[in-house]
Design a protein around this ligand. Structure first.
Ligand code: FE2
Length: 194
């Protein structure tokens, strides 16, 4: 995949604050499964996975930009008024693709890795915004070996093509909301610091 000429900071705290208590209330109201290590709840996903009566899209050359499928809110998002408001805030500005809740069990680590397409520098790729919903002081997110000071309800752009890892040595599960979106001019204007 081609890269473009500007380089963004590897982390940008965006000027939006959301209500983590309201989000957590709605997450707790979902039919949460017990899990070991890591669990994902889809809030918006490829339409044919949300509604199995819909056709599977044809194979795409490139799945990074999100245009290979239609995207549809799941039942979990539709029944969550405030989470829907948070997602709608971004839907009003740009095309939102994958939206998920990422749960990391206490005592678990995600080893250092890179996600090959999730950066503004990658042409024709969605980017991912991260909003922490639940965490305690035992959760650390390292990007390029430097801790990102994630706080509840904040909204971060993270350049996930760079090496990152997560430790949860806390006593509660970590829950993040991630919202993937096409980086149009509005999104870029929030992230790029000229
Ligand atoms: Fe990652």
């Amino acid at each position: 995949m081609d890269s473009i000429e500007y380089l963004t900071p590897d982390r940008v705290l965006l000027p939006f604050q959301f209500d983590a208590v309201k989000m957590l209330d709605e997450v707790k109201g979902m039919n949460l499964q017990d899990y070991i290590y890591y669990n994902v709840i889809s809030l918006r996903a490829p339409a044919h996975l949300v509604d199995s009566s819909l056709p599977i899209p044809p194979p795409a050359e490139d799945y990074a930009d999100g245009s290979w499928t239609d995207w549809m809110d799941t039942r979990e998002l539709k029944q969550s008024t405030y989470l829907s408001e948070v997602v709608d805030f971004f839907k009003d500005k740009t095309k939102v693709t994958l939206v998920r809740l990422l749960r990391l069990a206490p005592g678990s680590v995600v080893k250092e890795h890179t996600d090959p397409t999730l950066a503004l520098e990658e042409k024709k790729s969605v980017i991912r915004l991260t909003i922490p919903i639940q965490r305690d002081e035992g959760v650390s997110f390292f990007l390029n070996n430097q801790k990102v000071p994630l706080e509840l309800g904040q909204c971060w752009y993270l350049r996930l093509t760079d090496p990152h890892r997560i430790d949860n040595i806390g006593s509660i599960e970590r829950i993040n909301l991630t919202i993937d979106m096409i980086p149009n001019d509005w999104v870029k204007s929030q992230i790029i610091q000229y």
